[in-house]
Design a protein around this ligand. Structure first.
Ligand SMILES: [Zn+2]
Length: 248
């Protein structure tokens, strides 16, 4: 028998039987964890309210090793709320769709249960905090999160220097395969040629330069979102379903 404690973000809550739920969390130390929360679907369960998607929580888990506890999954035995981001996310359609795509992307990048994904966890917490605060356009918060998630998982894109030979930018030719822009000598067939402003925007989103990102013209936001979505799809076998609902 063992008890362990961790911080985590609730990614999903699925029904289990009459009153229980299977909660999927991205935790700081244990990566993706699925656990059973008993009795949480009763109307007055405070426990259940704390385990809604987008919540940042501190959870105590109970597991019995290989013995079956709640269908082999650990049990959530205590939950404390660190930040209830869901409150201001689910009430706004733009935030909700962007946030849902963030949760789904985080889960896809942290697919192996129990394998730590600390940087992905920190990005998700920071991204949800920014989204919930409502200081920036929701789709920009999403695109910044997606670009940084790709980067911490080994797919960092270059939006200035040539991704192949390193020639100092700006460079114009964008290639999904190459992982960013290419110079005239390195360009390959099938490169996109986005607006220079769009490449500046993407670089700003990746580095956290919100002033540049916030004041960019909407048409470059849209072009940038298209490139980010294509780059993400390129690196994930299946697409992120919830991306199609995000308003651009
Ligand atoms: Zn080059």
């Amino acid at each position: 028998m063992s008890l362990f404690r961790d911080d985590g973000v609730v990614l999903r809550a699925q029904k289990l039987g009459e009153a229980d739920r299977i909660i999927t969390l991205l935790t700081r130390q244990h990566g993706k964890v699925r656990a059973v929360a008993r009795g949480v679907r009763k109307t007055k369960s405070k426990f259940g309210a704390r385990l809604e998607p987008f919540s940042h929580v501190d959870v105590q888990f109970f597991s019995r090793g290989s013995e079956l506890v709640g269908r082999g999954l650990p049990l959530c035995t205590q939950v404390e709320t660190i930040a209830p981001y869901g409150g201001s996310i689910v009430t706004d359609y733009g935030r909700y769709t962007a946030g849902t795509a963030m949760l789904e992307t985080a889960e896809r990048f942290a697919e192996n249960e129990g394998e730590p994904a600390v940087q992905q966890y920190l990005l998700l917490v920071g991204g949800l905090r920014t989204l919930a605060a409502g200081l920036h356009e929701s789709h920009l918060v999403l695109d910044a999160f997606l670009l940084r998630s790709l980067a911490v998982n080994g797919y960092g894109a270059s939006f200035t220097d040539c991704a192949k030979c390193g020639l100092e930018g700006p460079n114009r030719f964008f290639s999904l395969q190459a992982g960013g822009v290419l110079c005239g000598d390195c360009r390959v067939p099938g490169c996109a040629v986005p607006s220079p402003e769009t490449l500046v925007l993407l670089g700003a989103l990746l580095s956290g330069d919100w002033q540049t990102a916030d004041t960019c013209e909407p048409r470059y936001w849209r072009e940038g979102s298209g490139l980010v979505a294509a780059y993400l799809q390129w690196h994930l076998e299946r697409g992120i379903r919830s991306m199609r609902y995000v308003e651009k």
